[in-house]
Design a protein around this ligand. Structure first.
Ligand SMILES: [Zn+2]
Length: 315
């Protein structure tokens, strides 16, 4: 026994064994309360395996499931001027930004990428609700414009996943200006005859619903997503009337003609492949590999060819 075995080795072991155990192995479903194993939950794209409740998913995780083999290239977004209004509430705006960047590991509230889905090349943009409520500021505006320009340049459809609490109040009027800017970006796609598909996720509200999230050629939503301009509480207080059950939820909006489809997250990729291929005039995707011919059939074909040749020779 010496200093190394008595002191150094236990210290090293304790450091490494601590790292091996992740802090949150289990996550509780907000809807049914089931404890879900983190790996199982991630494999199921953050959808509860018991009650199908759709939990939040980051744009990066979403893209890992969306693109073929999880392979995609990020599209660069020009950085806007930082804190143009020198806004301050309880904290300074740059401080809030840094906290959000640290929490999410992302630069801003939208991620733009290009890649293939079912061998169809696309450009995709996804909004991150965990980054300051996915709020639409100048960066989000720039991201949508960059995505639309990339789609037009490469002649690819654009698929956008929306999730937002509305405009970013720290940027005041400049955030509201993103509504006409993004509308022009969508117009660019339409002029180039390229499909623009919007997948609305929980929650999509405020200025986002009033601009690019409602301008798609096809609108698909995840189940039970809240989609509105003003929230149900505000409406209830204004009109002083009880609102119907499920008001402003995806299924309610589907019934009232605001959406084309409500699709589970786990089935979304296949649905998007079908829609993009259809709109891009491509044949339907082949699911899985084509079945290999059985030995019997190959033998028959070879035999038929052989007899065919013989017959030909006879003639
Ligand atoms: Zn559940």
């Amino acid at each position: 026994m010496n200093w190394i075995t008595n002191y150094v080795r236990p210290r090293i072991n304790s450091i490494f064994s601590r790292r091996e155990v992740p802090e949150n192995l289990w996550q509780k479903c907000d809807e049914c309360g089931t404890m879900l194993f983190h790996r199982e939950l991630a494999e199921n794209q953050n959808v509860c395996t018991q009650c199908d409740h759709h939990m939040a998913i980051t744009p990066r995780e979403r893209f890992n499931h969306l693109f073929d083999g999880g392979i995609f290239t990020e599209v660069a977004v020009p950085a806007p001027k930082e804190d143009p209004l020198h806004f301050r509430d309880q904290k300074k705006y740059p401080e809030r930004m840094r906290a959000a960047q640290k929490k999410t590991g992302e630069k801003e509230a939208m991620l733009v990428a290009k890649g293939e889905i079912g061998r169809t090349p696309i450009v995709a943009a996804a909004q991150d609700f965990s980054f300051m409520g996915g709020s639409m500021g100048m960066y989000v505006g720039n991201a949508i414009i960059a995505a639309a320009q990339e789609a037009v340049k490469l002649k690819r459809p654009l698929i956008l996943f929306s999730a937002a609490g509305g405009a970013r109040m720290q940027e005041g009027i400049l955030s509201l200006m993103q509504m006409p800017r993004t509308t022009v970006a969508v117009e660019m796609l339409k002029e180039a005859n390229l499909p623009y598909i919007v997948v609305l996720t929980h929650p999509t509200t405020g200025g986002v619903t009033a601009s690019y999230a409602m301008l798609g050629d096809v609108h698909i939503s995840e189940p039970n997503a809240l989609i509105c301009f003003a929230g149900p509480r505000v409406i209830e207080q204004t009109i002083r009337e009880k609102l119907p059950d499920g008001f402003q939820r995806a299924e309610y909006l589907l019934d009232h003609g605001m959406l084309d489809r409500v699709t589970k997250r786990t089935e979304m990729r296949d649905e998007l492949i079908t829609i993009t291929r259809m709109l891009m005039n491509q044949p339907p995707a082949i699911k899985g590999d084509l079945p290999a011919p059985t030995p019997d059939e190959t033998a028959k074909v070879a035999q038929a060819e052989e007899t065919g040749k013989n017959e030909h020779q006879d003639i």
